[in-house]
Design a protein around this ligand. Structure first.
Ligand code: PMV
Length: 322
């Protein structure tokens, strides 16, 4: 029987970072992390469970090789003895460019594939499944702010996202300076494996990050932007320091990234509450209050051509299930 389901998911940006795997096959993280889900950017994925043959279409192009294999391996996790499947997925923002496209992609895929397979999973189980596709995807099932707990179990069943519920919504913005929208040179898995194996700074990142997650979560609950951005910048700095001190060095930053950091420092000096983070790419994301977003955007636009203002997104959702 052919079944089809479509899901939409938003990417998330880590406020306190995930970098390094304690189990590569299961995508179990070395540390917990904390994220914000973005609005506007999304991935929309349709899975047909029972097609003539396996077929993967990403952003309008049929893909083969390791990109297709990663999707097919994920479908095998949903059901090892599955029928041939067709997956059609498209994102409305640059993929593999440090804009967290794998988080929305594997979150949408997990939701659409399980629905198309006729399976209904609890949110934590779905998050565990999404994590197997891409670690950060386990945080994209929820809107708002999400805490991914590292977990202790070897099978990873306690390593999944959980929403951080605020009493009232907090009207924050993420201003994205698109320093470079092209694909990154070193994929996140390769970068993580190399960093963990060779960087003398990586243990320092791991040792500090767990406390930063808890302090960041408390700052969120207490609406304390100053503390939140200090946790975010500290975690980001330690993560990039560990990348840079890997052998060979993993360098995602570009001159434009540093110009944006200087601009944020200047904004802060002038009294605007804001702070930055960067992922596996040169783009910089700046967290600020909604009322300050235009001022932040204008300041960054002096240095970077493309600056986008995003709000806080909602949860991943099914939009059709036949
Ligand atoms: O989920 P992955 O394998 O794309 O790794 C994401 C890693 C960072 O974006 C750099 C940090 C994070 O916590 O999202």
């Amino acid at each position: 029987m052919t079944r089809q389901a479509t899901a939409i998911a938003h990417p998330n940006i880590a406020l306190v970072k995930y970098w390094g795997k304690r189990d590569r096959a299961l995508n179990l993280p070395a540390t917990s992390s904390l994220s914000v889900t973005l609005d506007r950017f999304h991935t929309r994925t349709t899975v047909t469970w029972g097609a003539a043959q396996d077929e993967i279409v990403l952003d309008g192009v049929e893909v083969e090789g390791h990109v297709a294999q990663r999707v097919l391996d994920f479908l095998d996790l949903v059901e090892p003895a599955r029928p041939p499947c067709r997956v059609v997925s498209a994102s409305n923002f640059p993929v593999a460019a440090g804009l967290a496209s794998s988080s929305s992609a594997f979150s949408a895929l997990a939701l659409a594939a399980t629905a198309a397979a006729g399976r209904s999973l609890e949110p934590a189980e779905l998050s565990v499944l999404a994590r197997r596709g891409s670690g950060s995807a386990c945080r994209s099932l929820w809107g708002g702010f999400v805490h991914w707990t590292r977990g202790e179990r070897d099978d990873g069943l306690d390593s999944h996202g959980q929403p951080v519920l605020l009493d009232e919504p907090w009207d924050l913005r993420v201003v994205v300076a698109v320093v470079h929208a092209g694909p990154k040179a070193v994929g996140s898995t390769e970068g993580m494996v190399r960093t963990r194996a060779t960087s003398p700074v990586f243990p320092v990142f791991v040792a500090e990050n767990e406390a930063l997650v808890l302090a960041g979560r408390d700052a969120l609950l207490g609406r304390d932007l100053e503390t939140l951005v200090s946790c975010m910048e500290r975690s980001t700095t330690l993560m990039h320091a560990s990348m840079l001190t890997a052998v060979p060095s993993v360098r995602y930053l570009a001159p434009g990234s540093l110009a944006v950091l200087d601009a944020v420092d200047a904004l802060r000096m002038s009294g605007v509450g804001c702070g930055w983070t960067m992922d596996a790419g040169p783009n910089v994301k700046v967290l600020c209050r909604a009322v300050d977003a235009e001022r932040v955007r204008d300041a960054l636009a002096l240095h970077i051509e493309q600056v986008l203002v995003l709000g806080i997104g909602g949860p991943a959702r099914l939009v059709e299930a036949l």
